[in-house]
Design a protein around this ligand. Sequence first.
Ligand code: NAP
Ligand code: MG
Length: 406
Amino acid sequence: MAKKISTRNVIVEMDGDEMTRIMWAMIKKKLLATYVDIRTEYYDLGLKKRDETDDKITLEAAEAIKKHGVGVKCATITPDKNRVKEYNLKQEWKSPNATIRAQLDGTVFRKPILVNNIKPGVRSWNKPIIVGRHAYGDVYKNTEFKVPGPGKAELVYTDDAGCELFRGTIQEFNKGGGIIQGIHNTDSSIRSFAKSCMEYALDQKVDLWFGAKDTISKTYDGTFRDIFAETFEKEYRDKFKKAGIQFNFTLIDDTVARIMKSEGGMLWACKNYDGDVMSDMVASAFGSLAMMTSVLVSPNGWFEYEAAHGTVQKHYYKHLKGEKTSSNCMATLFAWTGALRKRGELDGTGQVVSFADAVEKAALDTVEKGAMTGDLAKLADPQAKKICSTEEFIDEIVKTLDAIWK
Ligand code: NAP
Ligand code: MG
């Protein structure tokens, strides 16, 4: 058994719901607590506690991340009508992720975990493609209207002093109705997005790609292009040069074509809708939801790590019935190692960073040796040697870790 190490400063730990809550506890007990004393500040974001505290606990957790800089979060239920009944809730609480994102003003980056026995759907992709989605505005905060019949739709802007500065015709509907929609974004949100992307490209030492439709949408998408260019020139050109990485802007369709032909290994910054669609395409091409990690990076240098998947509800109901599950803990485990590595880097504790590396290596080696959960066994080539239950898989990783962490 190796000497036990410890973290210097605090990691904000946010517990969650259902099957991921079960895996969370197993990871902590079996894979972390034996090897490292982690100083955490614990927030229970499980649905019951959120309801009890009128969701104040989520805001407190977000404040704690601002204070300590690094957080790790378990998947949580975003309640809908069924959950209100199931948990007898006071109301349909908002998504904790949305609450935390709004507090930290961050951008979410999703990164696939690659193993050599799961081949990506796109043959040339042999390095991870990180997708950064701008999670504010555009069609997600729209005003739309179903035009009932002939009439005129206009776009009007009136400033705070009451002056009409702009009036433009969207469409004159002559023969029957149609649809219209108004969308917006703000300079400050786009600037935060650009900064978060540039910070994370530096953190990961990968090129940054950004595409928009600025030839068609000269003002709207053109503003995204200009703010990225300005942020890069003012703050990041020298840093990128020093790190040996590049920033490329192209038309979004050109970006898509180039991504498909690339070997991967870049951070792809996407506008809100592009990110919604493309992150699911990239995720499925790399194999499994359970192999996708996610980190919220704020332009202020705060980091929150989590798995990209949900609480794996179906497996949890099986677990409650006493049946064996084969849930994959990889993404949740990598959320912990991501937070530990960042904590170690910020604190200058090399051993903590090395430990995070060792746990990730142990997890990858375990799968590559052929021991894996059912979701991966469906995709593995060569075939899995052992299809593990949730707990057996963690035990296999512990065995591998014991051999490399001394
Ligand atoms: P989910 O938890 O992502 O699971 C969907 C399906 O994907 C599972 O049924 C399972 O497929 C597979 N899967 C996902 N993670 C897996 C893992 N670690 N190991 C093995 N298989 C895995 O989505 P959901 O069941 O639709 O959502 C459940 C709850 O999660 C919802 O209440 C939602 O609000 C919440 N949610 C939270 C977050 C978050 O906190 N970040 C994100 C998304 C959803 P099979 O059943 O085929 O095995
Ligand atoms: Mg989507």
